[in-house]
Structure formats: C-alpha cells, structure tokens
Design a protein. Structure first.
Length: 132
C-alpha cells in the first residue's frame, strides 16, 4: 500500500463519511456544505446549489472562527456546527476533514463518499456554474 493510501485510510478512520443521500438529508437539517473543488472543475461540471465555495488551500483560514479571513457564510462553523466537505471524488475532502478536525478542534466535519461525482450520479441537484 502506498504512503498516501495509508494516510487516506487513517484519515477516514477518524471521520464520519456520508453517502450523497445522507449528505442531502444533513443539509436539509441545517448542515453547511463546503465545495473544495478547483474553479475549473466547477466551470466544467457545475455546482451544488447552496454550497459555500472554498479553495482547499485556504480552508483552515475560512473555518477558523478566530481568523480575520473567516467567511461570513461559515460564521456558524463552531465546534457543534455540522460541516460537510465535498471534493470531486472524495479523496481531498477526507484528508481535509481529518485535518481541520484535528488541527482546529472542529468535531462535526464530514465528507461525501465519492464526492461531487457520486452526488451528481445519484441525481442530486447540480446547476451550471453561476458564481465568479
């Protein structure tokens, strides 16, 4: 097994992963969806309505409620707020979820099994890219 595969496996052992259906249910219950996909992926494949768009390389600054770069859309990203991360296929989001949980102390960060591709393939809402 490669080193990155081991790291991914360890990260996933420490997080809760949702199927697209479970993620959709959590969103209806008030969770916040954070889309980590690069801009070119969102242009090509579309966006999930209501998702907060955050580049992976600035995620920690946007989620840290004590940071001056904290996003107002994530103002509820406190220790008890459920945050669901999604990337294209569920790899980056797993690593990111584990990292922000261990480094920022957030306890309810999840990711989506199969990422955006699984969300779209399951028939959940996707729209053409509307944001800049």
């Amino acid at each position: 097994m490669s080193a990155i595969s081991q790291l991914l496996e360890q990260a996933r052992e420490g997080i809760t992963r949702y199927t697209p259906a479970q993620a959709a249910q959590a969103l209806r219950a008030g969770a916040t969806l954070v889309d980590l996909r690069p801009t070119e992926y969102r242009w090509r494949f579309g966006e999930i309505p209501g998702a907060v768009l955050v580049s992976r390389h600035v995620l920690e600054w946007r989620l840290d409620v004590t940071s001056q770069w904290h996003l107002k859309e994530l103002r509820h990203a406190e220790h008890d707020q459920e945050i669901i991360l999604i990337c294209n296929e569920g790899f980056t989001s797993s690593l990111a979820a584990h990292q922000v949980m261990t480094q920022l102390g957030l306890t309810r960060v999840r990711d989506v099994i199969g990422g955006f591709a699984a969300w779209r393939d399951a028939g959940f809402p996707v729209m053409a890219r509307l944001t800049g």
